[in-house]
Design a binder for this molecule. Structure first.
Ligand SMILES: [Zn+2]
Length: 267
């Protein structure tokens, strides 16, 4: 690879360059986001912090902003739009080292999951229709439901690192670092929450099936974008990951049920 450094006015989303190695291959003294020459740890042009190595943990934390609460700006709608319209592109941008233009993967995930759980609690309250029945069983079931609902965000967050093991396992030959794949998981699961918000809001049962098909199709497209591969290979990998994802969700639910049972028994 030559050392030619293009100098676009604003970075365009990459289309065909190899996704993962880019961050490591661009010579160090240039900003990975805007290619400006660096004279310190932060880029003078765009403010992105320069982090070395293939995909260090710090890349997930550093985006040139200081606090958690400064991040509601035009990045939010822009990132959400690209997340929906261009499966895998945000992951590829992140892996290529262009971070300041978009919400960080975990922030995007948290934003979408928080909104999702707010929607679920507003529109589909856990307090079930068992109110008329005053027996112990109904009260117990309600307490269980509430305990599970309380734990759901934590349980699903717990799914992320395990799902990443699956993504890593399927692509580790070309992309050997586990951390490289964490961004894919955050982005994909953020889309899953978005897709499931639709049946929650519209309250139509058949839309759950559409959402299920949608998140599988999205996974195929996202894998092809983030890890360039043929359609057949992406479809097969997506099928494996999809099944693995639901096994993880099921496992998380079993753990949730057990903890909830212990809690309601104790409390
Ligand atoms: Zn820069």
């Amino acid at each position: 690879m030559s050392h030619a450094v293009p100098a676009p006015a604003a970075p365009e989303p990459i289309e065909s360059a190899p996704a993962l190695p880019a961050a490591a291959e661009i010579p160090a003294p240039h900003c990975l986001n805007c290619h400006a020459a660096l004279h310190g740890p932060f880029c003078a042009q765009c403010g992105q912090e320069h982090v070395e190595g293939p995909m260090p943990v710090r890349a997930y934390l550093a985006d040139g902003m200081n606090t958690l609460f400064e991040w509601w700006d035009d990045k939010v709608p822009r990132s959400l739009w690209v997340l929906v319209r261009r499966p895998g592109l945000l992951t590829r941008e992140f892996q290529a080292g262009r971070r300041v233009a978009w919400l960080l993967p975990w922030r995007l995930y948290f934003l979408v999951s928080v909104v999702f759980f707010l929607l679920v609690n507003l529109l589909d309250p856990v307090t079930t229709a068992s109110l008329g029945v005053q027996d112990m069983e109904a009260q117990r079931a309600e307490a269980m439901n509430r305990a599970i609902a309380d734990m759901l965000p934590a349980l699903l967050l717990g799914v992320v690192p395990f799902f990443t093991i699956g993504v890593w396992g399927l692509h580790r030959r070309r992309h050997p670092y586990y951390m490289q794949h964490l961004a894919f998981s955050f982005h994909y699961l953020a889309f899953v929450f978005l897709a499931f918000s639709v049946p929650v809001v519209v309250r139509a049962a058949w839309l759950w099936n559409v959402a299920m098909l949608g998140i599988y199709a999205y996974l195929v497209l996202a894998l092809r974008q983030a890890y360039p591969q043929r359609a057949g290979a992406a479809a097969a990998r997506a099928a494996v990951l999809f099944a693995y994802f639901w096994v993880l969700v099921l496992f998380a639910m079993v753990v949730g049920l057990m903890v909830a049972a212990i809690r309601t028994a104790v409390g």
